[in-house]
Design a protein around this ligand. Structure first.
Ligand SMILES: [Zn+2]
Length: 262
């Protein structure tokens, strides 16, 4: 049998978007590109013949427990296309220490005696937090687009993302969201049990915005930026930013406070 050529990137993207960035039957973000009419049997190598199936549904199709007709039906009305966000995907973080990379900054630490850290705190809202419960390290992460609408949400290890994006791609252990060709809005690498690598993203709460890029961390409207460094220790709060209308909370155990004045 001739070796199967790889699928062109723009074809894959067309398929992803049409399918709502998830398995057409269950919406799972961990999927593969499936030829509905089998490539080995002469099926075309183009977007119309391709769909997204998770490993479980793909296996069912291979075993003929899932008829092709049913896959075609799901392909015509993909699970995620009728929903604003993807179904929950569980992340498997555990243990009482973590390593978080924010662009060029790296935080390596053990959780405090309360077993919790609000690593990114903007106007008193935890936008990146870690909490220990029954041995599991529960990660919370909220990333937004430039207009302040949520793109990626992780609520205590339960990952969801917006399905109406220009492109969402989960490759290996990294989730990338784009608003156009080479325009990355968010990129998160997952390395359980303890590593989270945030390469790009926007945190926002009550009008205050913090941006992560390969440069590091910036609060752009107020000319605050941090570049590089390895930070170890035990902090209940990591990077805290608040404007004059907010704050007031006790941030004694913060790694760094960035009070923002108008
Ligand atoms: Zn599925």
């Amino acid at each position: 049998m001739a070796e199967r050529p790889s699928i062109a990137e723009d074809v894959k993207r067309e398929v992803r978007r049409r399918c709502g960035f998830g398995c057409v039957l269950c919406g799972s973000p961990i999927y593969q590109y499936d030829h509905m009419h089998d490539w080995a049997l002469g099926g075309a190598h183009d977007a119309e013949n391709l769909t997204l199936l998770c490993a479980s549904h793909h296996e069912e199709k291979t075993k003929k427990l899932l008829p092709v007709g049913k896959v075609r039906q799901a392909n015509a009305t993909p699970f995620n296309r009728s929903r604003e966000s993807s179904p929950v995907h569980a992340l498997h973080y555990f243990g009482d220490s973590f390593e978080v990379i924010l662009g060029s900054l790296k935080f390596t630490q053990r959780l405090n005696s309360e077993g919790a850290c609000s690593l990114i705190n903007v106007n008193s809202e935890t936008l990146l937090g870690l909490r220990l419960e029954e041995g599991n390290l529960l990660v919370t992460l909220k990333l937004y687009d430039a207009q302040g609408s949520p793109l990626v949400l992780i609520t205590e290890n339960e990952l969801t993302y917006k399905t109406a994006s220009w492109d969402v791609e989960f490759v290996g252990r990294a989730l990338t969201i784009r608003e156009g060709e080479r325009k990355i809005q968010a990129r998160v690498g997952f390395g359980p049990p303890r590593l989270l690598n945030l390469q790009r993203g926007i945190f926002m709460h009550r009008g205050l915005r913090m941006e992560i890029s390969s440069d590091g961390v910036r609060v752009p409207d107020h000319n605050i930026s941090l570049h590089g460094g390895l930070w170890t220790g035990v902090y209940g709060h990591g990077l805290v930013a608040y404007d004059k209308h907010h704050g007031g909370e006790n941030f004694d155990d913060a790694f760094m406070i960035m009070p923002v004045d108008e």
